[in-house]
Design a protein around this ligand. Sequence first.
Ligand code: ARG
Length: 589
Amino acid sequence: ATEEENVGNVKRQLAKLFEVSLRTIVPDEPEVEPVVVACAGKFGDYQCNNAMGLWSKIKGKGTDFKGPPSVGQAIMKNLPKSEIIESCSVAGPGFVNVVLSKKWIAKSIQKMLIDGIEKWAPQLQIKRAVVDFSSPNIAKEMHVGHLRSTIIGDTLARTLEFSNVEVLRRNHVGDWGTQFGMLIEFLFEKFPNIEEVNETAIGDLQAFYKASKQRFDDDPAFKERAQQAVVRLQGGEPKYRNAWLKICEISRKEFHRVYERLGVHLEEKGESFYNPYIPGVLKELSDLGLIEESQGARVIFLEGFNIPLIVVKSDGGYNYASTDLTALWYRLNEEKADWIIYVTDVGQQQHFDMFFKAAKRAGWLPTDDALKPKVTHVGFGLVLGEDGKRFRTRSSEVVRLVDLLDEAKDRSKTALLERGKAEEWTEKELDQTAEAVGYSAVKYADLKNNRLTNYTFDFDQMLNDKGNTAVYLLYAHARICSIIRKSGRNIEELKKTGEIVLDHTGERELGLHLLQFSENVEETCTNLLPNVLCEYLYNLSEVFTKKFYSNCQVVGSPEETSRLLLCEATAIVMRKCFNLLGIEPVYKI
Ligand code: ARG
């Protein structure tokens, strides 16, 4: 990447300088990767940790160096001159500490204010990515597991999109399984005239699913018919296909309402989409000698797993694995994605590990995970109730997503009313804010945890206006906006004419943190960890309040212009973080 392309990323810019320096020490090493980390200590802002590693490479080979500290000294001395760096020092076993130039920090922020935050977008070596997320199953209710997938997947997609990756947002809905046999048969029983079927006639699709399952379990004749219905559906008989379409349509509408409320956009390519491609793909795998016969089924044996991957069941039907192998094939060959990301609960890990491995054996994917195209399973933990068990309703039913969202909105509206907003605001403002705050609270409570850990769903906690919550962050942002508004100054004008100065430690600390936006977004993308971005955002608001705002008077001070620009930069970065997390900012509090 060129200089211009990495403007936002401090770590990368420093790494480039260190790379030059490292090469002077080991000119014959083709590649030494500079290791630069942010360190926020009293010795510096960043640190290069290559000295010890280099020493172990060169010692005993007639070098003049006497040990890691002297290698560190040389790394420091050979650094090219740069406006980025104020000063350097070497500590301990050759750590090179860097203090950034506050002039340069100020200049970089000022540039962002003029050019826009997009200039701070990370540059990834990825052109097109598939993010496979949400992916509920037709006729079954979306539950909190799908909520996690939807929220995490949307954030990852947004972050990649911001980083200029073309993202195919895929809803891999479960619309093609044996459950359709019983659903269709049940539908025929209930509605002899299929034209009468619509959402209101069927009512609750989950209840419909349950009733048909009951029928399936209770009546062998029904079961028999249901099994035949699957065959007839898969054989393409119009009557069956039509019924299937109706059921999918109703389900889809329900999913859509949730997506709309969450502001999530997705493109549906369900399991059924890949069905016609399965025979061809399986033939390819079979020709490669990967598929074997085992107990009537067709399977792929994979090293390191104690069960084989079943790709054709003993009854001749396809399954989850045949569909996923085929979808992968399609995404690689037809959609030409170079990174394919799957967001599901960790419980499905083995399924992904297995078909990823099969794809490697088929030569579809490189065996070296560092090479492209890449595939990644983004697993997440469970949502727990306050009793520490899997989140359920009191009658131990699966929690319905829509009910959760309703409650989040209601509770945040109550909080607004308690704060006397009914007098100040119109009903519409109340409603919109309650929605923005309520849904944001649900999203943020999910995203702020490392996705692999289980977390407890707790409305009181997530709607608290103190601590690490969306409510707190939204208020912090609104307060910053009101500081700017109340100053009465024209901020757009100031961006062009004003200058940022970082003489106070509070100003400098805030400036540095703002500048670290880019490397945090990049880490969020590369490691697919939304909590990294949440942590960055929370710290930003803490640094703003505790280090900057409580020590540096803004309005009415001699530094007013510079400090207003810092407020504006903070608000912009916070809003970008909100945007990447799917959170809608509010301006009135
Ligand atoms: N429908 C599945 C479920 O509800 C998730 C599908 C995930 N995507 C995939 N390509 N397997 O658990």
